[in-house]
Each structure stands twice: as C-alpha cells, then as structure tokens.
Design a protein around this ligand. Structure first.
Ligand code: IPD
Length: 280
C-alpha cells in the first residue's frame, strides 16, 4: 500500500507543477482584465475551473476508482462523497481574493485521504515557487528541505494567524463580528505578540508548519482549504485540532493549528466556539 501511495503522490506532484504554470500565467498576464473588473470574477472562475479540471482529469485517468472533492466541482453542484476510497481533496486556488487583487499569496492544494484518513498533502504557491509537501510518517518539506513547527508554548511569545472570516456573517449575521473580534481581543489580552492574516487558509497553515507563526484558528473553512496543509502541519511536528481542542475533523468546517499542544490549548481557551453543519 505504501508503494502504491507513493505512486499516487509522485503523480499528483507532477500535475500540481503543471497546474502551477497555468496559475502563474494567468496571474502574470491578466493585470488589466482583473483590475478593471474587480466585481467580475470570471477570470478567477476560469482559472480555478481550468486548474481543477486539469488535476481531476489527470488523476482520474491514471487512477481508476479514485474519488474527488474539489471546490469548483462542489460549487458546480457535485455532492461531497466521503468514502473509504482513495479521495483527492482539491482547492485549485486557495486565496481567490488574493489572486484577484494580485497579492502573491495563493496556493494550489491537493490532499489525499484513504479510508477517510488524511495521508498526504501538497501546497504549492506558483508565484513564489514554494512547494510544501508531506506524507504521513515521512516528515514535511518545503522545496525539498525539512520544515519544523515552532516549539513555543506561550501565547506571550506567539504570532497568530487569523482572518476575520467575513463569510461567516452569512450564517451568524453581525453577531459573527462580535465573536471574531472578541476572540482576537482575548488573544491580545492574553499578551500575544501579534496577528497575521495571509488571505489563504493553506498559507496560514504552512506558516505554522515552517515555524514562522505559532498558531492559527479559523471557523467556516472547507475541507479543500485545510486537508492538504493539515498533513504538512502534523508532519512538521505541530498539532491540528478542532478549535475546542477535540480531535480534528476535516469535514467540520473549523480548525486550530499550533506548534505545540500547550499553545493550542491556551489559544483554544481564548475562543468563543461556533459550530457548522458538517459538509460530509
Ligand atoms: C478561502 C481562503 C481564506 C479563508 C476562507 C477560504 P478560497 O479559500 O482560504 O483565507 O478565510 O475561509 O474559503 O475561497 O480562496 O479557496
């Protein structure tokens, strides 16, 4: 099985690199179109769809019986089927707003689950050429070099990644703003060094994996935002849990990451928790 898994991951890597060229070309060539049509996300949609199509077509042709959970396919009406079959969880461009605004913090995310267990993750930023990857039991790497999460246990020495999560207003209304701001306020009162928000869940998470940031929490994310980077954080020695501290469920639409369990626990204690309908 492990040899077979290696074949899956090696092939996915080749496809992700190909997809990276596509994203990079769109990012470099579309300046006027994107800037003059900010409310029109056609270009993004086209690039997202083209990348997702390339990945799914390539993988499904090579590996019969594999399943796919892709952001654009789901947006197009596909049902999320979460089964024991090898399943690729794909976000063609994580950080769509960054892409539209030409902020070079975007990631192609490809995660692999087998028997509903996350086994491998690839997170590739084709603009900065940073390729992160990990497989269970094999460590986490950035451009081939091992990466490690921070060993910091103290909020008073922590830089945390966090976004305001504006999309959560759809479900919680403006009460969400009170919750999100309250969560950040509690972290500030606990003495954190600062907050960062990179506009892509995957990039926030690889920042934790490489030890640049100490923790990250987000409510309202989707499986495709976090499946691949979760493996990278864990293999870099970090922790990935539910924000309450309960075990992580990739379908629960929420996540907490930290370099150490101690920091994760203290971060969790700062939060007012909310729940979502699981996506599978
Ligand atoms: C989004 C980004 C963003 C996070 C949202 C995600 P997308 O993914 O990761 O940082 O706050 O929850 O949906 O839509 O750019 O793939």
């Amino acid at each position: 099985i492990h040899e077979e898994e290696q074949v899956f991951v090696d092939y996915a890597l080749q496809l992700v690199k190909k997809a990276g060229t596509l994203v990079r070309t769109a990012f470099d060539s579309a300046e006027s179109k994107v800037e003059t049509k900010l409310s029109n996300t056609d270009l993004v949609t086209e690039t997202d769809q083209a990348v997702e199509k390339l990945l799914i077509a390539g993988l499904s042709e090579r590996f019969k019986g594999h399943r796919f959970i892709g952001e654009e396919s789901v947006a197009g009406g596909a049902k999320i089927e979460w089964t024991d079959a090898p399943t690729w969880i794909i976000d063609p461009i994580d950080g769509t707003t960054n892409f539209v605004h030409r902020i070079p913090m975007i990631a192609i995310c490809v995660g692999l689950a087998i028997k509903k267990q996350l086994r491998a993750g690839i997170v590739f930023n084709p603009i900065t050429n940073e390729l992160y990857m990990a497989q269970v039991g094999k460590g986490a790497f950035k451009n081939g070099f091992p990466i490690h999460a921070s060993k910091n246990q103290l909020l008073t020495k922590a830089v945390l990644c966090q976004s305001l999560g504006l999309h959560n207003r759809v479900q919680f209304g403006d009460r969400w703003l009170d919750i999100a701001q309250g969560n950040m306020r509690n972290q500030v009162l606990a003495g954190v060094r600062g907050h960062r928000s990179f506009g892509s869940a995957a990039i926030n998470m690889v920042m934790v994996a490489q030890g640049s940031c100490d923790g990250y929490v987000e409510y309202g994310i989707h499986a495709w935002d976090v499946a691949a980077p979760a493996v990278i954080v864990l293999e870099a020695g970090g922790v990935v849990t539910d924000p309450t501290g309960a075990p992580f469920d990739v379908m629960s639409r929420k996540v907490l990451c930290a370099g150490t369990p101690e920091l994760g626990k203290d971060l969790s204690a700062c939060l007012t928790h909310v729940d979502f309908e699981p996506e599978a």
